[in-house]
Design a protein around this ligand. Structure first.
Ligand code: ZN
Length: 206
């Protein structure tokens, strides 16, 4: 059962079947469910706040709702409120340990908006472990290998350290054989403050 409200968080319109099926409000064109950071690409802070208040209500009724926990994490991540994002990600992982997105976004929040190059090795190792868990749970999606490649390039290669295997080039080659949402990948590069890696140039072209 889906506990998500049946009215638009942005304009209040009541969804009909076609809107729910396409995940888009037919009045204001906002996304109904926020399932990845790419959905928030065009939204400013006030719109994100509206999503947060709607999902807060959902969680009052249904505290383990997977969609709402994920959406809350992504909204706070977009607002750079990393501790808040983490709170919902821990709840998501606790209630839904087989949902890859929990580990994937936790890997991003461990960096707290800093580029990988300037954080400590223990944070990088934690992020790598989280990304590997997500990738094992969802082997058909290439986003995990791209994030891991960006992280390893920025931290190990740019700091002149030995790069653990698999190395970025191999990870990217693998990711290219899988499904990748390039809009989401661009958002992820922004969230981890990595701007000029070979990885991003490659995906900006797509
Ligand atoms: Zn709307």
């Amino acid at each position: 059962m889906n506990a998500i409200a049946q009215t638009c968080s942005q304009c209040g319109w009541s969804f009909d079947h076609a809107a729910l099926a396409s995940n888009t409000c037919r009045k204001c064109q906002s996304s109904i469910l926020i399932v990845s950071v790419s959905y928030l690409e065009k939204f400013e802070k006030p719109a994100i706040q509206k999503y947060i208040s709607q999902y807060t209500n959902t969680l009052k009724v249904s505290p383990e709702d997977k969609d709402a926990l994920l959406a809350m994490s992504i909204c706070y991540l977009k607002l750079s409120l990393f501790d808040q994002a983490d709170r919902y990600l821990y709840r998501l992982i606790d209630a839904h340990p087989f949902e890859p997105a929990g580990y994937y976004y936790r890997a991003i929040t461990t960096l707290k908006g800093k580029r990988p190059r300037i954080v400590s090795l223990s944070i990088i190792r934690e992020a790598e472990k989280l990304i590997e868990t997500a990738s094992e749970l969802d082997p058909a999606n290439g986003r995990y290998e791209i994030l891991l490649a960006a992280l390893r390039h920025d931290y190990y290669a740019l700091n002149g350290m030995r790069i653990p295997s698999p190395e970025p080039e191999e990870l990217i080659k693998n990711a290219m054989t899988k499904y990748v949402d390039s809009l989401e990948v661009q958002q992820i590069f922004k969230l981890i403050n990595v701007n000029e890696t070979p990885m991003q140039q490659r995906f900006a072209m797509n």
